[in-house]
Design a binder for this molecule. Structure first.
Ligand SMILES: [Zn+2]
Length: 670
């Protein structure tokens, strides 16, 4: 029998045939596809004809097609629906993949051919996208260590392979700690919790196989619990478990993994001739230098901290009038902030939530894309990897654009957070290839499923990434969709969140789950007015994380990251009732891989841009202004990584944005 991962997919739009794939297929398919890619690379590197763009760069674009297919399926299920077998496979694959990519990036014959084409680039009559792909390929090899010789070369290989293993272990430890902890609640403990939290706690109890409701460490359950539970003792216990993930001692402790990771990253940067890892990492970003990043973060830190301290004083007063003396603790902040929100904005999440039905919010995210870009969505009945997944065909003027998959509900087999990935990226070379894009979220299940306002924002955010993939219109897959600088990639997603705030959108799609009534206009006003609520807290917890990340990588690697974290927070004067959004042992952005290492700042960098970019629609007088939407698609959403990020932004807006728009957007401008 042929392995379904390796055969041609005759499914609609060549979506992976999930109903035919079993876990036993992954390892053999992986081995075959790996050997095939090695042979393809060897044929390119050892060809006797002189190197040309076609026989080297384009050939590399095409090589590895089978491996891409196998891995796109495997990593989708490993992240969103894991099990012990898939975890074992991931542990087995990750060092092999690291070794494989290290082997390619240090292939001297291959690099020789790329360097020859690079040297001859001015005489090759390449178009702009081809020149860009050539530059990126060449730079990627140089940064990967292709120019290293002898012992340095060997060491670089070891470092990369070890870093890949550490990244996987970090993720798995975090997931293990998240899964192993839960707190059983008695019926009396449920007092004060709104119905949706009680429902989610009961559903979580069922999943854990216990009689009654439980609190787990899933963000979609613990955050509302901390917000609503009047039981200070239970909040403290839950908060302590939440912040101890990855730091519980024993086999799942992430602290030594963090230290070893930082040391290896520094060594890697120095081998390549950089003073520190941040210099190396930021070279390819829009920000370019650590100092630029620090300036941006510090420009935001002071106003944010001032706001948080003022808010903290109000919350402390509220706690004291509850008869609890002493300082406000981190497990108190959300609870009193929610009370204050209720008092000052007369809007509590529990009243709001029935208006934010998942299905209606999905419709809203689609409808905005219809109005802005003319996209149409039609439900698609195809077998996917989990019964909770749904698929749509995306078209425009009758023509196929993409397949979009949504996997929205939290479950124990899914890693936390929300993300977007392309199971297949857009390309026109060697032939037209339509994207298959997936959004994965962790919303609490329910009938009907209801979202918090934060959840709804996450939904729009991930859908913004999906649009970046689906509207991509480039030739080569290596520069398509979200293959852009890390500090640019959050622009389309964060920008898309703004359409959730357009009053007409909530007025139309925020309808009550039971009565079907539209959100009352008073409530609508309050929702939109509350968007800036507690932004001091949100900005402080985020910027503190970003500054710790930067400090870890700018200069010598700390031997004790926890001590370094404490130093940075002390120097900043971190408000004592606020903790980092992601403390080091849980900081998957930074340690689960290289993605956001010395790059966590990029969300805020992008927010500077998204505030400024949305102003273009406001200036046009219409949130759905056709011409502005066209410009957004032409210059940003369709261009992938074919042009430098700052140049793309200037084409769209005519200039670069400053920090003022962001402070105004967060209500922190003084
Ligand atoms: Zn994002």
């Amino acid at each position: 029998m042929t392995n379904p991962l390796l055969s041609d997919w005759t499914t609609p739009f060549e979506i992976a045939p999930f109903d035919k794939i079993s876990d036993a297929d992954f390892a053999p398919a992986f081995e075959v596809a790996l050997v095939e890619h090695k042979a393809e690379i060897a044929a390119i590197a050892d060809a006797s004809e002189p190197a040309s763009f076609a026989n080297t760069i384009e050939a590399m674009e095409v090589a590895g097609g089978a491996l891409d297919k196998v891995l796109s399926v495997f990593f989708s299920v490993a992240g969103a629906d894991s099990n012990p077998e898939r975890e074992a496979l991931q542990r087995a694959f990750s060092p092999k993949l690291a070794a494989h990519s290290a082997e390619i990036s240090s292939n001297k014959a291959l690099f020789g051919r790329i360097a020859a084409i690079w040297d001859a680039r001015d005489s090759l009559d390449l178009n702009d996208e081809q020149q860009r792909v050539l530059m990126l390929t060449h730079r990627g090899f140089v940064r990967g260590g292709a120019a290293l010789e002898g012992a340095d070369d060997a060491r670089m290989k070891e470092i990369k392979s070890r870093l890949a293993v550490l990244g996987t272990e970090f993720t798995q430890n975090l997931l293990a700690d998240e899964r192993s902890w839960f707190m059983e609640l008695s019926e009396a403990d449920l007092e004060g919790l709104p119905a949706f939290v009680v429902d989610a706690a009961r559903a979580a109890g069922e999943e854990k196989g216990v009689e009654g409701p439980v609190v787990t460490l899933s963000r979609s359950l613990i955050v509302p619990f901390l917000q609503f539970s009047p039981r200070r003792d239970l909040r403290e216990t839950a908060f302590a478990a939440w912040t101890a993930r990855g730091a519980n001692g024993g086999e799942t402790d992430n602290r030594e993994i963090a230290a070893e990771t930082l040391a290896l990253r520094e060594e890697r940067a120095k081998l390549l001739g950089y003073a520190c890892f941040a210099d190396f990492k930021l070279e390819t970003e829009m920000a370019k230098q650590p100092a630029t990043v620090r300036d941006l973060l510090m420009a935001v830190w002071d106003p944010a901290k001032a706001q948080a301290e003022a808010d903290g004083a109000v919350l402390t007063e509220m706690m004291h009038s509850d008869g609890i003396n002493g300082d406000l603790a981190p497990w108190d902040w959300r609870y009193y902030a929610e009370k204050r929100r209720k008092a000052e904005h007369d809007l509590d999440e529990a009243t709001l939530k029935p208006y934010l039905q998942l299905d209606r919010m999905i419709e809203a995210s689609f409808a905005c894309a219809t109005r802005l870009f003319g996209l149409q969505f039609k439900a698609l009945d195809v077998p996917l990897y989990h019964e909770d997944c749904r698929a749509w065909e995306v078209t425009r003027d009758g023509a196929h654009v993409a397949v979009f998959i949504g996997d929205y509900f939290a479950r124990g087999s899914k890693r936390s957070g929300a993300w977007c990935s392309a199971m297949r990226g857009q390309a026109k070379f060697p032939e037209v290839q339509g994207p298959v894009v997936i959004n994965v979220c962790n919303f609490a299940k329910g009938d009907p499923a209801l979202l918090s306002y934060d959840d709804a924002r996450t939904l729009f955010h991930e859908f913004g990434h999906a649009l970046h993939q689906m509207l991509s219109n480039v030739t080569y897959e290596s520069v398509s969709g979200t293959s852009v600088a890390r500090d640019f990639v959050e622009l389309p997603s964060q920008l898309y969140e703004h359409w959730l705030e357009v009053p007409a959108v909530l007025a139309e799609f925020a309808t009550h789950a039971e009565t079907g009534a539209a959100m009352p206009s008073e409530m609508l006003k309050k929702v939109l007015g509350a968007a800036n609520f507690d932004q001091g807290f949100a900005t402080v917890e985020y910027v503190a994380s970003a500054l710790v990340d930067l400090a870890f990588h700018d200069g010598a690697a700390p031997s004790d990251p926890m001590a370094k974290q404490a130093d940075v927070l002390a120097e900043l004067g971190m408000p004592q009732a606020i903790t980092m959004r992601h403390a080091t042992p849980q900081f998957a952005h930074v340690f689960a891989g290289d993605g956001y290492s010395s790059g966590y700042y990029s969300y805020m960098w992008s927010e500077v841009m998204d505030a400024d970019a949305f102003e273009a629609f406001e200036e046009a007088g219409d949130a759905f202004d056709k011409e502005t939407a066209k410009a957004l698609e032409t210059h940003i959403l369709s261009t992938g990584g074919t042009v430098e990020a700052d140049a793309l932004y200037k084409r769209f807006r005519g200039r670069l944005p400053g920090v003022d728009a962001l402070l105004k957007g967060r209500g922190l401008a003084t």
